[in-house]
Write a protein that binds this ligand. Structure first.
Ligand code: GCB
Length: 593
């Protein structure tokens, strides 16, 4: 097994709160085999009035095709826009997925020494999973992986056929992350009987489906369940502290090799806890901040649909722009994307799906308890990644409400207890004087849309208002500030000069006004600027949305708008200005994964 780790500038302080178990990314090795279940699955949406027919009729008990019609549905992907059926696009409730797979005989015969694990990279939002009709797990929340040990079921079944059924519900409630609510329309003069809609208060389409790869993998019966690596650096020495959680037996031996990128062993260790010392470590640097960014060591310890062409294109565009960072707005991205950030030197602010938290009921105990679990799952998954520099626990919550104070105090304290090595933030659009969460963050992240959502069309007020925004926040908190969103909707190909809203000229003008203030403030306390948004993306329909959110500097097809060239000039200029660690990270949002 190989684990990427980095020798980065993280200060180690107190002991981290231990989580129950691991969620290692599945990789093939001498002791682990992997079978991808991507491709076409059988699918049916339950259109019954209560959406409960599948449970009443127990669709998981036999092949899905035997309980009614099925269609082919690709995994990983969202189901919403793959057919021409508008009812499926807008569907809320339970949908059913099924895949039948033949398992290698060796997985079944060597039962004493082989565990078979089913892992779902992410499924939005609530999943119940059966294997051969037996429930093996349930999971709440999209964007993060979950898994189940299915050895006993498949190894106990006659034959090698393994039938995996996943019932998935995309309903959002006030206690989910992100939250939402179902509104029943009871006026029968306007709506048919039983009519309901899903309401949300976030600005992206609530795509649903099995969004990331589903795999079956094996481990030996004594296996590594989790690995935690933290790094420190002093003088010309690097320290890699590691802790390995082994399950299945208390008697085992464990040895470690730390290898350079080129394969040479630079440190070795024995036993589940220890420290490896590296002389003259090669540090992990962000893209454009070093001639060899994204340097990874390998630690060897014993024996909205993922689309690779889109991902490669997007990373090429990031590099073309000269951008070195992004926030995973507004939910964790796929592990495959995070791997590329580690390898290419793209700095990540890793955000959980705490978006659309606008109502008092989103700050109750049930939401809070779930939020803590989501942070645990996120940190368990991404804790060893050198690219992750900060955790973001939410985007634009109603942090001026009084329950937000205790809520964010608790979420941030819990996040820091699990990972004492990284700063924590949430992204605010509240008034600086009324934000109850800001006292607890390490870095202030602020979103603002001057000359767009207010003072529409008035480019001339941007500089004054932005300057006031920064000064207010800095005076109140004396913490570093990141402009975590700014931008303007732009229809590609629409031109007007002088610049008017929605034209390419207007988007460019907004950016230039913002940049002139950034250039002053980055000499003081502004440490990052994040354009909203990397590429256009789909949202719910609304009078303010033209086939989705058009604030991308690239179209949904990844063609640059004029603003992309403004940013490209800026980011490369910033990169060339600094010889080494420059104060400002050029940050870039991505959306749509
Ligand atoms: C925001 C939100 C983001 C929206 C954006 C906009 O403040 O964080 O989700 O898409 O504004 O374009 O309105």
């Amino acid at each position: 097994m190989a684990l990427c780790c980095a020798l980065c500038l993280l200060l180690l302080c107190c002991q981290a709160l231990a989580l129950g178990g691991g969620m290692l990314y599945p990789r093939e090795s001498a002791s682990r085999e992997l079978k991808e279940l991507n491709g076409l699955w059988s699918f049916r949406a339950d259109f019954s009035a209560q959406r409960d027919k599948g449970f009443v009729q127990q669709w998981y008990r036999k092949p899905l095709r035997q309980s009614g019609p099925v269609i082919d549905m690709p995994v990983p992907a969202s189901f919403n826009e793959l057919t021409q059926d508008p009812n499926l696009r807008q569907y809320t409730g339970w949908v059913w997925y099924e895949k039948e797979v033949l398992l290698p005989r060796s997985w079944l015969l060597n039962a004493l020494n082989t565990r078979v694990v089913l892992r779902v990279g992410s499924a939005h939002y609530y999943s119940i999973v059966w294997v051969n009709g037996v429930q093996v797990t349930e999971h709440e929340g999209g964007h993060l992986p979950f898994e189940a040990d299915i050895s006993r079921i498949v190894q106990g079944s006659p034959g090698a056929l393994c039938r995996i059924t996943i019932a998935l519900n995309n309903t959002l409630t006030p206690q989910t992350l992100p939250p939402g609510s179902i509104q029943f329309m009871t006026d029968e003069s306007k709506y048919p009987r039983g009519y309901f809609v899903q309401n949300t208060k976030f600005d992206f389409f609530n795509y649903a489906g099995i969004h990331r790869p589903v795999v079956l993998y094996t481990t030996p019966s004594v296996y590594i369940d989790d690995i935690t690596v933290t790094t420190a650096w002093a003088g010309n020495s690097g320290m890699v502290r590691y802790q390995v959680l082994v399950r299945g037996n208390t008697r085992y031996s464990l040895s470690l090799n730390l290898r350079e990128k080129e394969g040479k062993v630079v440190a070795t260790g024995e036993g589940p806890i220890g420290e490896l010392k590296v002389v003259e470590p090669k540090l992990w640097w962000p893209y454009l901040m070093h001639e060899n960014p994204g340097y990874l060591y390998y630690l060897e310890i014993r024996g909205k649909g993922l689309d690779w062409s889109l991902i490669v294109k997007d990373f090429n565009l990031l590099q073309w722009l000269g951008a070195n960072s992004f926030r995973t707005s507004h939910y964790p991205y796929a592990e495959e994307i995070m791997d590329l950030c580690d390898a290419y030197g793209i700095v990540v602010i890793d955000e959980c799906p705490g978006v659309g938290m606008k109502d008092p009921e989103n700050f109750g105990n049930k939401s809070l308890a779930h939020h803590l679990v989501v942070m645990e799952e996120l940190i368990r998954r991404d804790k060893n990644r050198p690219s992750v520099v900060m955790w973001s626990v939410a985007n634009e919550p109603a942090s001026e409400l009084s329950p937000a104070a205790n809520y964010f105090k608790t979420v941030i304290a819990h996040t820091k207890a699990i990972d004492p090595t990284r700063p924590v933030t949430f992204v605010s659009n509240a008034n600086y004087a009324r934000d109850h969460g800001a006292p607890y963050v390490d870095v202030i992240c602020v979103n603002s849309y001057f000359s767009w959502y207010h003072d529409a069309g008035h480019l001339e007020v941007i500089q004054l208002q932005l300057n006031t925004q920064f000064e207010n926040w800095y005076k109140a908190y004396q913490k570093p500030i990141i402009q975590s969103e700014y931008g303007a909707d732009t229809i590609a190909g629409l031109h007007n000069d002088p610049p008017l809203m929605f034209s390419e000229e207007y988007q460019k003008a907004v950016l230039k006004e913002y940049h002139s203030v950034f250039d002053k403030k980055r000499k003081e306390y502004v440490i990052g600027e994040l354009i909203w948004n990397f590429a256009d993306f789909m949202t719910d329909q609304a009078t303010t949305r033209v086939l989705g959110n058009k604030k991308g500097i690239f179209t949904r097809q990844r063609q640059p708008k004029a603003a992309a060239f403004v940013l490209r000039d800026r980011y490369w200029k910033l990169a060339n200005e600094s010889n080494c660690l420059r104060p400002t990270l050029t940050l870039q949002f991505m959306s749509g994964y």
